[in-house]
Ligand binder design. Structure first.
Ligand SMILES: Cc1cc2nc3c(=O)[nH]c(=O)nc-3n(C[C@H](O)[C@H](O)[C@H](O)COP(=O)(O)OP(=O)(O)OC[C@H]3O[C@@H](n4cnc5c(N)ncnc54)[C@H](O)[C@@H]3O)c2cc1C
Length: 380
């Protein structure tokens, strides 16, 4: 009855299903364990009439025209350029740390000197990873690096990951740049927007095809079993492709051990005033147990006397208790992941895609790009 099974209805699963159904005329069964489609990008209107992102703020940004054009077939967009403020010593300053931030924090002479040194050493509008700046020979740049490291980076990273920066892969620390310019935007990509009617609507449009059936509230393993490296759907041998976007260790019953993740306790609060804070997201590296507060009205403007904020409290991922959000990049974890990938090669028709199946930090556009590329490679 079905040509393909897709586990999960996030971007990885939904874009795969859409291509299979519309381009290759395949009958697709999507099995989704949550009660809704969209994976971690799911959004909904809350009791204040505000569009909230249930699994944390999702801001779409890409420089990939192909991805932008593909998704634009399923949604219209509201232009939105994300800006993040960071609470340092009682004032809110723009991050990534940039030339404007320097002016706001240091007295004028000191600020001028630091700006000049940065511009002498690096190109205008370049991004310098914080750990690279720390290695500079110049005492003023070292001072700046240490300041940013202490005030913006180290405590935030410790809270976010539950470990010291040195214990993490440099790919994580490289994500924290100093921006040698005056652009206060958090991302510099060409396309920056949020779906006009929300992400969930975008997913509904992706999946609105007579060849696609979505089963919600059902774990993949409730319908699919594995014997002798073959898949069985409801007890019958399944001959088509299986696109798996869930956790790879779970798929193979943790035979090489668990892959660790970081989770977040997302706590929403309704506030009885029109606005709570000056911008969409304010980071709190040094105060509180939460990392940041997001106020959704700044992302999806609406007139209302109330507002909704989200505080994010990072925590360890515990199987069965909370949600796996961020893969934790260490050499050991990567080795374990590679063992799973090696094992997965025994399965002819299995395709592993997405943040959980590939144990990678993918942004939304990365996942869509990955599916579009894989679709060509394996004739999804
Ligand atoms: C807090 C947070 C903020 C983020 N912010 C941004 C941002 O601003 N911009 C950006 O570009 N990206 C952002 N991302 C990344 C973005 O969420 C991912 O790129 C995207 O969700 C990946 O899609 P996916 O399909 O791989 O995974 P997911 O969205 O996680 O989808 C996987 C789906 O599979 C289902 N599933 C898993 N296992 C099973 C099973 N056994 N049976 C049935 N169903 C199963 C899950 O329920 C889920 O619906 C953020 C991520 C997080 C965690």
């Amino acid at each position: 009855m079905y040509d393909c099974i897709v586990c999960g209805s996030g971007f990885a699963g939904s874009v795969s299903a859409n291509i299979l159904a519309s381009k290759y005329d395949k009958k697709v069964l999507i099995i989704e364990k949550r009660g809704h489609i969209g994976g971690n990008c799911f959004d909904c209107i809350d009791e204040n009439g505000i569009l909230i992102h249930k699994y944390g703020p999702h801001l779409f940004h890409t420089s990939n025209k192909k991805v932008w054009e593909y998704l634009s077939r399923f949604t219209q967009w509201d232009k939105y350029e994300h800006k993040v403020l960071c609470s340092i010593d009682g004032q809110n300053v723009p991050i990534p740390f940039n030339l404007n931030t320097i002016e706001q924090i240091f007295e004028p002479q000191k600020a001028k000197k630091l700006q000049e040194k940065l511009l002498e050493s690096y190109e205008l509008n370049s991004k310098v990873p914080i750990l690279e700046l720390k290695k500079s020979d110049d005492v003023d740049l070292q001072f700046l690096a240490d300041f940013i490291y202490e005030k913006v980076f180290v405590n935030y990273t410790a809270k976010q990951w539950g470990m010291k920066p040195s214990e993490l892969d440099s790919a994580v620390t490289a994500r924290v740049p100093v921006f040698v310019g005056r652009d206060n935007r958090y991302f510099n990509d060409e396309y920056q927007a949020v779906p006009k009617d929300g992400y969930t609507k975008l997913f509904e449009n992706l999946l609105n095809h007579p060849n696609i059936k979505v089963v919600l509230n059902t774990d993949f393993k409730d319908m699919v079993t594995i014997r002798d490296n073959k898949f069985y759907l409801n007890g019958k041998k399944f001959k088509g492709k299986v696109i798996y976007t869930g956790m790879i260790d779970e798929l193979f019953d943790y035979k090489f051990g668990e892959l660790p993740y970081r989770s977040v306790d997302m706590r929403f609060e309704s506030i009885d005033k029109e606005f709570f804070q000056a911008g969409a997201t304010i980071n709190y590296p040094n105060e509180h147990n939460f990392t940041r507060i997001t106020e959704f009205k700044h992302i999806h403007p609406i007139k209302s006397d109330k507002t909704t904020i989200l505080k994010e409290y990072p925590q360890n991922y515990v199987k069965g208790e909370n949600t796996a959000y961020y893969p934790i990049f260490t050499d050991d974890n990567q080795k374990r992941y590679n063992q799973y990938v090696e094992y997965s090669r025994k399965f002819d028709d299995l395709v592993l895609i997405g943040r959980l199946a590939e144990y990678k930090y993918y942004d939304m556009d990365d996942v869509v790009e990955r599916v579009l590329d894989i679709a060509k490679e394996v004739e999804l």
